[in-house]
Design a protein around this ligand. Sequence first.
Ligand SMILES: *Cc1c(COP(=O)(O)O)cnc(C)c1O
Length: 381
Amino acid sequence: MNEPLPTKVVAAVQALESPASAWIYDPAQLTARLAAVRAALPEWTVLYAMKACANPAIVAAAAAAADGIECASGGELAAARAAGAARLAFSGPAKTPADLRAAADSPVPLCVHVESVRELDLLAAAGFAGPVALRVNRGRALPGSHRMAGAPTPFGMDEADAAAAADRALDLGLDLAGFHLHAVSNCLDAAAYAAHALEALAWSQRAAAGRFALRYVNVGGGLGADPRGDVIDLDALAGALGGAAGRFRAAGVEPVVEPGRYLAAPAGWYAAEVVDVKTVGGQAFAVVRGGTHHFRLPAAWGYAHPFRIVPGPREGGVLTDVEVRVCGELCTPRDVLNGGQWVSSIGAGDRLVFADAGAYGWEISHDRFLGHPGPDLVVID
Ligand SMILES: *Cc1c(COP(=O)(O)O)cnc(C)c1O
């Protein structure tokens, strides 16, 4: 987080028209993270959960370098196919019959992560012939930012219903391959994540025993990459997993992990130009062209996203040696990207750059609010 901005990012920021407001993506950063995951977890199939960042260049890089793309809507399925994905997984708790028909017609291999017993019936009605995995909400809650399982959530089916669901899938003639046990987001604790993955593998084996031949266990995403800088320790994760995945693979069971955040976070920067500075009630403010309607994560999570300044030709006053609050252009006091960061100087014309912002940045934002123009979307290589 304290590293200087890459030169090519600075160049891209400087090349923006004023007043600048842009998302800048570098697919090579995602490719590098993917290589690190593959090196640490060589026995695992790695899918990219594209909801973390759906920029077409990012998805195309993931399609080329990962084993496949995990999608959570019909729209994502179409985008992943357009990006050249060789393999797809399809999750999401509210799939429509049209979504399931699209899955049935997929020209590339596709596994459906089934979220309920009703969805099994809809899938069979759609004529889906590919592999299915039952998404089960089970296990202990993991440390992380969003708990999807181990707590009541609308994701997946109750553990108590899993056996009946497996029987139903088999009765319907579906190709039941295994289980999907996504549990958490942004888990920074390698030992806890490894325990989740090992437990998911062992539970799946028990749940399938005597019912069907287990071939697929997807432990979900959730590898941590916190926007404030921490990342999960992949070496510690690999060490704690030991040789378990290799043993399962040798026994015909494919272990699958599907990170989004960890892969996409370093691949995106949000840049916004300061259009005004002022002091109100003793607080220094920098107001930017853009804000949380382009980059909602700091407001959604309630943290201050660190920024660096690419100095511009300044106009008007300059604030010096001050803790500045960075606010956007929206007419709401919640439009805050950073509640207070010390700067040696800041003025209108400076461009603020928020690194490690690629995951759940532009994708989760509410840009229709107030009708400002959208950000530029820039891809660098
Ligand atoms: C969001 C999601 C992921 C990715 O989660 P990250 O925390 O970004 O790694 C993986 N699988 C499913 C089913 C998801 O909903």
